[in-house]
Write a new protein. Structure first.
Lengths: 250, 250
């Protein structure tokens, strides 16, 4: 008996990195998983890997910044699996620039994926969750949404918005038995950091100031997401789960 | 396959309430449990019922404010099970007075049971955890350690001390592969909170401020404690896990 058996979970940005890891763990614990992403080939491969391992999954192309995409994705997911119990708003992009060097186009792009994507997800998932009798929304924020960091102006603003939008949704949706919590990863070894290229100075600095002196593997975030997604966290809503190897604690 | 297979866990205040619930869940997930308390009859009964359910547990009489008892409890636990991987500092004492109305002896009692106990426990547990190759310390703080509340001056100070002592432990013990995190329950239905739950004015205030508009059952705390105790939380140290139905979030 899996920890999310009988549940249907939609995970955005599920093609690679943390999202892929969340999809696979949720599926292993019994959930039917809708993997969504803009990266089609990688997303199809994640769904296939889950099916091959005996789980249930489907991939849907999904730009989280598009409201039309959200409506279509929720419709197709409910059409395929009958309901949605769990939404993991995981899709995110990052730009490593201080505020003055960030172009308005870059700002808009980061905010549209990281913040507007979560707003749209919470907005369009609620009818499906009401139908399911409740649900759990897990929003992936970041420690960048909690404390100041070097050269991440737009990313920090976007993750701070997710942190607080989570509490707003927790308040508004409790009446429908929908819980909403945020997860705040520190440095995680995923393809998203490839944008830094060969320059490891930023990651080195992050690791040096992390109590555990290392980066996380994606699965170390997935277990935290699983806790919040499952009924094991039935008394948690509006909470911030910091999974950062102690970065913000010191 | 249990989530704590092969682990040895020491839980203080385990005779009843949340501690009892943690002990039962830990044993169900495969841990060998040392349940300690001052309430010997209840503690023995808790352990007997864990064993009757097929779990492995022992009870030890334990005043957590007594330095010599900590040493003897840990010695007895290691003698029986060979090591200790997990310490749940759950024992607590509350007094409901404003600072002005608090007696110094109430203050000292709260600080001794809630805070000094953790200082002592973590001090003496180190060799046993080093022997185990690392460990996880879960300190039960409270939302009273995070936000102002009426008539709980000493308890608030005590739980605030636990909150930040946990971060100090996280920093100092990371080198030994020991993680330390705090859990912050809201209002939970336990024998210890029975009188408070009967205070209509107080409970209405708590409920009005709690997004989920209800009191927690002990098991709803035990799952987050299990998560932190287990290797699933391997990238979490110095974190605060708030399990309060959304009290702090609004």
């Amino acid at each position: 008996m899996g920890r999310v058996s009988g549940k249907v979970a939609l995970v955005t940005g599920g093609s690679m990195g943390m999202g892929e890891s969340h999809c696979k763990l949720l599926a292993r614990e019994g959930a039917k998983v809708i993997v969504t992403d803009v990266a089609v080939d990688a997303g199809e491969a994640v769904a296939k890997a889950i099916l091959d391992a005996g789980g249930e999954a489907m991939f849907l192309h999904h730009d989280v910044a598009s409201e039309a995409d959200w409506m279509a994705v929720v419709d197709k997911a409910v059409g395929a699996f009958g309901k949605i119990d769990i939404l993991v708003n995981n899709a995110g992009i990052v730009i490593f620039k201080p505020n003055n060097e960030t172009t308005t186009a870059e700002w808009d792009r980061v905010m549209s994926v990281n913040s507007t994507g979560v707003f749209l997800g919470c907005k369009h998932i609620v009818p499906a969750m009401k139908k399911a009798g409740g649900g759990s929304i897990v929003n992936i924020s970041s420690i960048s949404g909690m404390v100041g960091m070097v050269s991440q102006a737009a990313y920090q603003a976007s993750k701070g918005a997710v942190r607080m939008l989570t509490k707003s949704c927790a308040v508004d949706y409790a009446q429908y038995n929908i819980r909403v919590n945020s997860v705040h990863p520190g440095a995680v070894r995923t393809p998203i950091i490839n944008v830094l290229g060969d320059d490891t100075s930023m990651i080195d600095a992050l690791v040096a100031t992390t109590i555990m002196k290392r980066m996380a593997d994606p699965i170390e975030l997935s277990y935290a997401v699983l806790l919040l997604a499952s009924d094991e966290s039935s008394y948690m809503t509006g909470s911030e789960l910091v999974v950062d190897g102690g970065w913000t604690a010191a | 396959m249990g989530r704590l297979d092969g682990k040895v866990a020491l839980i203080t205040g385990a005779a009843r309430g949340m501690g009892e619930s943690h002990a039962r869940l830990f044993a169900k997930e495969g841990a060998r449990v040392i349940a300690t308390d001052r309430r010997d009859k209840l503690g023995e009964e808790t352990v007997a019922s864990i064993r009757a359910a097929g779990g492995e547990a022992m009870y030890l009489s334990h005043d957590v404010t007594d330095e010599s008892q900590w040493q003897s409890v840990i010695d007895a636990a290691v003698a029986r099970y060979g090591k200790i991987d997990i310490l749940v500092n759950n024992a607590a004492f509350a007094a409901f007075h404003s600072a002005e109305e608090s007696l110094l002896e109430d203050w000292n009692r709260v600080m001794d049971v809630c805070v000094k106990s953790i200082f002592l426990g973590c001090k003496f547990i180190l060799p046993a955890m080093q022997k185990a190759g690392g460990g996880s310390i879960v300190n039960i703080s409270s939302i009273a350690g995070m936000a102002g509340m009426p008539q709980q001056a000493a308890y608030q100070a005590g739980k605030g001390a636990v909150r930040i002592l946990t971060k100090s432990l996280a920093v100092d013990y990371a080198q030994y592969n020991i993680r330390a995190n705090s859990v912050h329950p809201g209002m939970v239905r336990t024998p210890g909170t029975r009188l408070v739950l009967e205070d209509e004015k107080f409970i209405n205030m708590m409920r009005d401020k709690t997004i989920l508009n209800r009191v927690a059952e002990p098991l709803e705390l035990s799952y987050p404690v299990l998560f932190l105790a287990s290797d699933e939380a391997s990238f979490m140290t110095g974190s605060e896990v708030v399990v309060d139905g959304g009290y702090i979030a609004q």
